[in-house]
Design a protein. Sequence first.
Length: 204
Amino acid sequence: MEEEEQPRKKKKKDKKKKKQEKEEINIVKDLISLALYILAIVAVCWLILTYVGQRTEVSGDSMNDTLHNGDSLWIDKLSYHFKDPERFDIVVFPYEEEDDTYYIKRIIGLPGETVYIDEDGVIYINDEPLEEDYGKEVIEENHRGLAAEPVTLGADEYFVMGDNRNNSRDSRLSDVGNIHKNKFVGKAVFRFTGGFGFLNKEEQ
């Protein structure tokens, strides 16, 4: 009886060992699957933030009364790969005089146009008054900047301004100047705080 019992115990032990090894293999497989799943999520997030869009926060008052300090926005980074920026789009671009600094402004002048601001603060595009009411107030004479003289935009160049016209660093200043299309990070399309919802054309 004892001799028969030994092989039986060994067989049972081998079976238990195989089961344990199988469980260990399954755990490794699960860990690999989890790692691949996490990697896929990270890759998708990277692709979205790099090519599709990203969340950003307004800092400062240069876009009052449309946007306010602390407003959280979603920036569409994809559209301008398929179509040109339009007048009155709210755009984000890097301020090249400082590292990691980005400006958010509104497009006023388009490529090939001539922008001029007269002594009364009226904006002219190709000698025609620009019809818009985004400006918080009339532009003061000492805030006309470069546009006190006609500014003609080159190919793919845009003239941008903040809605808070007398408190904005924008294309009227030489350190900002005209913005080339390839400098735009994207355009603001959605606001999370400060008025939840899409920025419609009246606000864009």
